[in-house]
Design a protein around this ligand. Structure first.
Ligand code: 26Q
Length: 818
C-alpha cells in the first residue's frame, strides 16, 4: 500500500487539496469539490509516475514513437484513472464518508471530446495501450478550446451547441510554458543563391504563432508507466506584436493576435464534403510543426553530435490519417533548410521515420488542398512538395516508361482547373509503411484505392486490425462483468485480454450464466434511467436492447435500420403480429453540421419514435428512442447494456469499426454485414454467435459491373418493402408536416443509391427476426453472449500496438525492473 491506496490516505490528500489547492474548508464538500480534489490527488500520483517513467526511457535510450493526430477522443479521465490505478474502491469509501456517491462525483467531469469519432477514439485507445505495455509512445495533438459540438434535439432535429470543455476540466493537464514553440506561417520565398551560386531559397517575412504544450498524463494499467499526450495551444507571439506596436500599426498587431489564437480555437467536424478551409490547413501545419520541432529538440538533446542519419533509429512518427501528412514536407524542410542535410540523405531519413495509417476508402473523404492555398500559407512546403513529386515521378517514369496514366494517377498534384495536393499520395510516398485498419480494408486499399502504389512498393503496405482498450471499455464501463470474470479466472485479462478465453467453459455453468444475465439486466436498468433523463421515454429493461450508436452517415445505413423498424411496426399494427419478444430500438450519433441527409435521418428516427411509442398497439412489443449527444461516456453506458449491436454498413465502406468491438466484448451479439472488422469478429467469436447478413463487397462490385442496381425490382417483388416505403410516403409518421419523409422512398428506389439499402433489406429483416427469437431463450442468449466476451481477446488495442511496434515502428518495450 502506498500513500495513494487506502481510503485514509486518499482522504488526507483530498483534505490537503481542498484547503491548499481549492482554498476551501475540507469539512464540507460538494460533489464538484470532491471531483476536483480527487483529480488533483490523481494528478500528483501521475506526475510522480511520469517523472519515473521518463527517467527509465532516458536510461535505456529506447526508440520513441510519436503518434500525430488531429483528434484524441479521450472522454472522462477521473474514473478511468482511478480504476487503472486501483484506487476506485477506496475512493468510493471516501465519497461515502463525505455523504456522496462516487458515481455522482465522476459525473461532474465533462467529456474531453477532442475528436469526431472512430479515428479520434482509436488514438486514445492506442495511448492507453502504449502506456500499459511500457512502450515509449507519445501523442501529439491540438489543445482545442472547443471540442466536438454538443448535440441538442429540438423538434426532432439536431441543433449544435458549443462544447467549452476546459472550463470544467481544469485539472487534467500540466502546462509547459517553458517549452513553447515558434511556428512560422505565410510569407514568401526569396529565390537566392548561396556564395557558390547554388539555388538557396529562403522562407521570409512569415508571421509567427507560438505553440504552448499542455501535457495530459496517460497511465498504463497499474500505474507503473505513465506516458503523456502533448497538446498545443496557439498563442500570439508577443515579441512580434511589440515590434508592430512600436511601428505604430496598432490595428494590425491586434488583428494578428486574433488570427493566431484562432488556430487552436475549435475542432473541425468531419464533414461529408470537405472544401479547403484555410484555418484547417493552418491547424494541420501547426500540429505538425509543433510536434516535429519537439521531436527534433528531444533527439538533439539526447544525442548531441550523433548525426541525423541515426534519427530513424530513435524516432518513429505515425500519421493518423493524412491530417498531419505535412510532416513529410516539414521534416524535409527542417533537415535541408535548418540542418544542411543534403536532399537525398534527408529523404532517406524521412522515409525511414514516417508511417501512415489510412482510415477510409471513400474517395470523397480523401484530403486534397488547393495548390494556391498551400502556396500562400506554406510557400516553402509547396516548393518542397513539388520537388518530392518531380523526383518521385522521374523514378516512376523509369520503371514504367511511356505510361502517362500511372504518372497522372500517382502524382502528388492533381491537375485540372484548380490544381490540388493529394495528401494521401504525399503520405504514401513519404512513408516507410502504410497500413489499413482491418484485413478487408487493407486489401481494398491495395486493390481499389491505390493499386499503382501497391504495385510499386508491395512491401510498404501492411495491415494492423484496430483494437480497443479493455481498461476503459471493460474495466471502467462494466465493473460488474469484470468482477464476475475475475472471480472465475483471475484478473490478468485486463492487461492480457486473450486470457478471457478461460471463461468459455463457464457458458455451461448455470450459475455463471444467471449472474452474467443479471449483470446485463442491471446495466440495462441504469441505461434506461439515462434514457429517461435525456428523452422522457420509458423503456423496458426486459426487452431486447437493439442499439446502433455511431456517427450518422449514409454508408453506415441507419436508414436500413429505420426501414426495418417501420416494417416491424406495420407487421404489428396491420397484421396483428405479436413478436416473440419486445424490442427496444435505440439510436444515437451525431451528424456533421453540414450533412443534410444525415440530419434528415435524425428527424426520421424522431418521427418514427413519436408515432410508434404513442401507438398503444405496440405496447410490450416495440419502442424507438434516439438518445442525444452520443459521446464516450454514453458509449460506456451503452456497450454494457446491449443485446444486439447493429453494424450494418454497406460492405466495403466501413474501414474497420471499433464500436462493433466494444459491444461484442461486453457480450452483445453483432448483427452485421461482412464489412471491416466485423469479418474478423465473426471468425474469432464463431459464426453461431453473430448474425451476419447481406451482400459481400465483392458481390456488390460484381452487381455494379453486370447491369447495375435496380431497387425498383425489389420494391415490386417484396410486399414488405413496398408497404414500408409506401407508409413513409403516406405521412402517417409525420401528420403535422406532410411530405417531410417523401425523400426516403425516392432515395431508396433510386438506381444511384450507392449504399444498396434495399439489396440487403430482406436478408436483414430475417437476421433481426432470428436474433429476437434467440433472445427468448435465456440459456442460449447467455451462452452466445459469454462466447463473445470470451473470444474477443484479439481485439485488445494492446495486440494492435504490439503489431504496430513490430510491423511498422521497430520499437521495443521498456518495462520497469522487478
Ligand atoms: C478531414 C478534413 C477536415 C475536417 C475533418 C476531417 C476528418 C475528420 C475526421 C475526416 C475524417 C475523420 C474521421 C474518420 C474516422 O473516424 N474514420 C474511422 O476510423 C476508425 C478507426 O480506424 C474506423 O474504425 C472507422 O471504420 C472509420 O470510419
Amino acid at each position: 500500500m502506498n500513500q495513494y491506496d487506502t481510503p485514509e490516505a486518499i482522504a488526507a490528500r483530498v483534505r490537503h487539496h481542498m484547503l491548499c489547492t481549492l482554498g476551501k474548508s475540507p469539512d464540507k464538500l460538494t460533489e464538484n469539490d470532491l471531483y476536483l480534489a480527487l483529480s488533483y490527488t490523481v494528478r500528483d500520483r501521475l506526475a510522480e509516475g511520469m517523472v519515473e517513467t521518463a527517467a527509465r526511457y532516458e536510461r535505456t535510450d529506447a526508440k520513441r514513437v510519436y503518434y500525430l493526430s488531429m483528434e484524441f477522443l479521450i472522454g472522462r479521465s477521473l474514473q478511468k484513472n482511478l480504476y487503472v490505478l486501483g484506487m476506485y474502491e477506496s475512493c468510493k469509501k471516501v465519497a461515502k464518508s463525505f455523504g456522496l456517491s462516487m458515481e455522482a462525483v465522476c459525473d461532474e467531469e465533462p467529456d474531453a471530446a477532442l475528436g469526431n469519432g472512430g479515428l479520434g477514439r482509436l488514438a486514445a485507445c492506442y495511448l492507453d495501450s502504449m502506456a500499459t505495455l511500457a512502450l515509449p509512445g507519445f501523442g501529439y495533438g491540438i489543445h482545442y478550446d472547443y471540442g466536438l459540438f454538443r448535440q441538442d434535439i429540438q423538434n426532432g432535429y439536431q441543433v449544435e451547441k458549443p462544447d467549452h470543455w476546459q472550463s470544467a476540466a481544469g485539472t487534467l493537464h500540466v502546462e509547459r510554458a517553458d517549452q513553447a514553440m515558434v511556428i512560422p506561417l505565410y510569407g514568401k520565398i526569396d529565390h537566392a543563391e548561396d556564395r557558390w551560386g547554388n539555388y538557396n531559397p529562403m522562407w521570409m517575412d512569415w508571421n509567427v504563432v507560438i505553440g504552448v504544450p499542455y501535457d495530459i498524463p496517460i497511465p498504463g494499467y497499474g500505474g507503473r508507466s505513465v506516458n503523456y499526450l502533448r497538446l498545443f495551444t496557439a498563442r500570439p507571439s508577443t515579441d512580434f506584436d511589440i515590434k508592430i506596436f512600436n511601428q505604430g500599426d496598432y490595428l494590425r498587431a491586434v488583428e494578428q493576435k486574433i488570427s493566431s489564437e484562432k488556430i487552436s480555437k475549435i475542432l473541425y467536424p468531419q464533414d461529408k464534403l470537405y472544401s479547403g478551409k484555410e484555418l484547417r490547413l493552418t491547424q494541420e501545419y501547426f500540429l505538425t510543426a509543433c510536434a516535429l520541432r519537439d521531436i527534433m529538440r528531444g533527439f538533439l538533446a539526447r544525442h548531441p553530435g550523433r548525426g541525423f542519419a541515426h534519427f530513424p533509429d530513435h524516432a518513429a512518427i505515425q500519421l493518423n490519417d493524412t491530417h498531419p501528412a505535412l510532416a513529410v514536407a516539414e521534416l524535409m524542410r527542417m533537415l535541408v533548410d535548418e540542418h544542411w542535410v543534403d536532399w537525398e540523405a534527408a529523404w532517406d531519413i524521412t522515409t525511414k521515420t514516417i508511417s501512415y495509417t489510412n482510415h477510409t476508402l471513400l474517395p470523397e473523404a480523401l484530403e486534397k488542398w488547393p495548390v494556391d492555398l498551400m502556396q500562400n500559407v506554406l510557400p516553402r512546403h509547396m516548393q518542397i512538395i513539388f520537388e518530392i513529386n518531380r523526383r518521385f515521378l522521374d523514378s516512376v517514369a523509369e520503371i514504367h516508361p511511356g505510361d502517362e496514366g500511372i504518372l497522372s494517377r500517382t502524382s502528388l498534384i492533381e491537375e485540372g482547373e484548380e490544381k490540388q495536393v493529394r495528401m494521401a499520395n504525399l503520405a504514401i510516398v513519404g512513408s516507410r509503411r502504410v497500413n489499413g485498419v482491418s484485413k478487408l480494408h487493407s486489401e481494398l486499399l491495395k486493390t481499389r484505392l491505390v493499386p499503382d502504389f501497391a504495385r510499386l512498393w508491395p512491401e510498404k503496405f501492411v495491415n494492423v486490425t484496430n483494437g480497443i482498450t479493455p481498461r476503459r471499455f471493460l474495466l471502467t464501463a462494466n465493473p460488474e462483468l469484470c468482477a464476475l470474470a475475475r472471480k472465475a479466472v483471475g484478473g490478468g485479462f485486463i492487461s492480457d485480454m486473450a486470457l478471457l478465453k478461460k471463461i468459455e467453459p463457464m457458458a455451461e455453468d448455470p450459475a455463471f450464466r444467471d449472474e452474467y444475465l443479471a449483470i446485463r439486466r442491471r446495466n440495462k436498468e441504469k441505461l434506461s434511467k439515462v434514457i429517461f433523463e435525456a428523452t422522457l421515454i420509458t423503456v423496458d429493461p426486459d426487452s431486447l436492447f437493439d442499439i446502433q450508436a455511431k456517427r450518422i452517415h449514409e454508408y453506415k445505413r441507419q436508414l436500413l435500420n429505420a426501414l426495418a423498424v417501420v416494417a416491424e411496426y406495420l407487421a404489428i399494427v396491420e397484421d396483428g403480429q405479436v413478436p416473440p419478444a419486445p424490442r427496444t430500438c435505440i439510436f444515437a450519433g451525431k451528424a456533421a453540421p453540414g450533412y443534410r441527409t444525415a440530419k434528415d435521418i435524425i428527424k426520421l428516427i424522431h418521427c418514427l419514435a413519436d408515432t410508434i411509442n404513442r401507438d398503444k398497439r405496440t405496447k410490450g412489443a416495440l419502442r424507438v428512442v434516439f438518445v442525444p449527444d452520443f459521446r464516450v461516456t454514453l458509449a460506456e453506458r451503452m456497450v454494457c447494456a446491449t443485446d444486439v449491436s447493429e453494424q450494418i454498413s454497406t460492405a466495403g465502406y466501413e474501414a474497420s469499426g471499433t464500436g462493433n468491438m466494444k459491444f461484442a466484448l461486453n457480450g452483445a451479439l453483432t448483427l452485421g454485414t461482412l464489412d471491416g472488422a466485423n469479418i474478423e469478429i465473426m471468425q474469432k467469436v464463431g459464426k453461431e454467435n453473430v448474425y451476419i447478413f447481406g451482400r459481400t463487397a465483392e458481390e456488390l462490385a460484381l452487381m455494379e459491373e453486370k447491369g447495375g442496381y435496380h431497387p425498383i425490382e425489389l420494391y415490386n417483388q417484396d410486399a414488405e418493402v413496398r408497404r414500408a416505403l409506401d407508409a413513409l410516403r403516406s405521412d402517417r409518421f409525420n401528420p403535422a408536416e406532410p411530405g417531410l419523409l417523401a425523400w426516403i422512398s425516392h432515395y431508396l428506389l433510386s438506381d444511384h443509391d450507392k449504399y444498396f439499402h434495399l439489396a440487403d433489406f430482406p436478408d436483414y429483416r430475417e437476421a433481426r427476426f432470428a436474433s429476437l427469437k434467440d433472445f427468448t431463450d435465456k440459456v442460449t442468449w447467455a451462452k452466445k453472449g459469454i462466447m463473445n466476451t470470451a473470444r474477443m481477446g484479439y481485439f485488445s488495442s494492446d495486440r494492435s500496438i504490439l503489431q504496430y511496434a513490430e510491423r511498422i515502428w521497430g520499437a521495443t518495450l521498456v518495462p520497469p525492473e522487478g
